[in-house]
Design a protein around this ligand. Structure first.
Ligand code: TRP
Length: 338
């Protein structure tokens, strides 16, 4: 599977789950890339709440987090007039197309999904069918909008590959119905690691709160977490594989300040980790502050957010219906009598 960057007015789809609080990793690795992509593509950014109930959720909490995530998309700078920012559950086409695609996906394919295996092991008391067919719903998300590109983390590449296989299988039977999507892996910050274990990705589901910087962390918390970040005993700020903790901090510092590694190495030559960690913490605080302020302002403006939710659900629904009608006709469902 080729990972490409396309120019022109093509369609982009991506989504995030509103489970857990977004981390600096989500922001630098995903959201920030979305911003630059939003000029080039017709973009659909979904809060994928259908996916979230594959694991038990507290309903009020899920609703609150979903709204916060949608607000955060906008606070991060995605223009809700130009980009379609919406709840997956507001467009019924996702579930409808997922059913049809379920009938074009093999058990064997789903059995191979590593994320399913991980989640099944983690939630052994609730290995439901939704957890198993999660990747099919994801395929439906993408194919429903005829997306050309899908920005995802590396952990989602296997799902993308499946999406392509299912789309090609469907097209082979019924003709060119679906656009075959390509994954987009951002170049910078794509892989921000845990502050407590630089071998692991920074994750919103990490049990150790010190491992992740949450986007809503206040400055003191940010500074404290960086002070505690795991490093090594080399005592020099160098970008080398042998120093994964320092590499991670340099990556973060570099994305936040826009400065290249060589310059950072020079700046901290002969200075201790304490000073470096303080500088990284301050750079992160500077990035988070305006984001948090915009989020607070937007959160107060209920009518504005409600308007966006309504308009964008309608817009997404329009495009979704176009694909869905075509698919329903292809598989042999009768036309509705109007
Ligand atoms: N499964 C993705 C994740 O956990 C979220 C997601 C759902 C998604 N549907 C999508 C991502 C479609 C990209 C495209 O990260």
């Amino acid at each position: 599977m080729e990972i490409i960057m396309i120019d022109g007015n093509k369609v982009l789809f991506s989504g995030m789950q509103a489970t857990g609080s977004l981390t600096l990793g989500n922001y630098l690795g995903a959201l920030k890339n979305w911003l630059t992509l939003s000029d080039e593509y017709m973009c659909f950014y979904s809060v994928v709440d259908l996916h979230s109930i594959t694991i038990r959720q507290d309903p009020a909490e899920l609703r609150r987090r979903a709204r916060n995530l949608l607000t955060l998309y906008i606070a991060a700078g995605l223009d809700p007039e130009k980009n379609c920012i919406y709840y997956q559950s507001h467009v019924s086409g996702h579930a409808e197309l997922a059913w049809i695609l379920n009938c074009f996906t093999y058990m064997g394919e789903l059995n191979r999904m590593t994320q399913y295996k991980d989640k099944a092991a983690k939630h052994a008391d609730n290995i439901n069918a939704g957890l198993f067919t999660y990747p099919v719903l994801m395929a439906a998300d993408i194919l429903l909008y005829q997306a050309d590109v899908v920005p995802v983390g590396r952990d989602q590449l296997q799902h993308l590959e499946l999406t392509r296989d299912v789309a090609q299988r469907f097209n082979a039977v019924y003709g060119d119905v679906f656009t075959i999507p390509e994954p987009y892996i951002g170049k910078s910050g794509a892989s921000i690691k845990s502050l407590q274990d630089p071998a692991k990705k920074m994750s919103k589901s990490d049990e150790n709160p010190n491992a992740s910087i949450y986007l809503m962390d206040d400055p003191d918390t940010v500074m404290r977490k960086f002070k505690r970040a795991v490093t090594d005993s080399e005592a020099c700020v160098r970008y080398r594989e042998e120093q994964p903790g320092i590499m991670n901090l340099m990556n973060i510092y570099s994305v936040c300040t826009g400065r290249p590694n060589e310059e950072i190495e020079r700046e901290f030559d002969g200075r201790g980790y304490g000073e470096f960690k303080t500088a990284v913490g301050e750079a992160v605080v500077d990035v988070l502050k305006p984001l948090q302020e915009r989020f607070e302002d937007l959160s107060k403006n209920k009518d504005y957010i409600d308007g966006i939710i309504k308009n964008n659900a309608e817009k997404a629904g329009y495009y979704a219906q176009k694909t869905l009608r075509k698919v329903q006709k292809k598989v042999g469902f009768p036309e509705k009598i109007r």
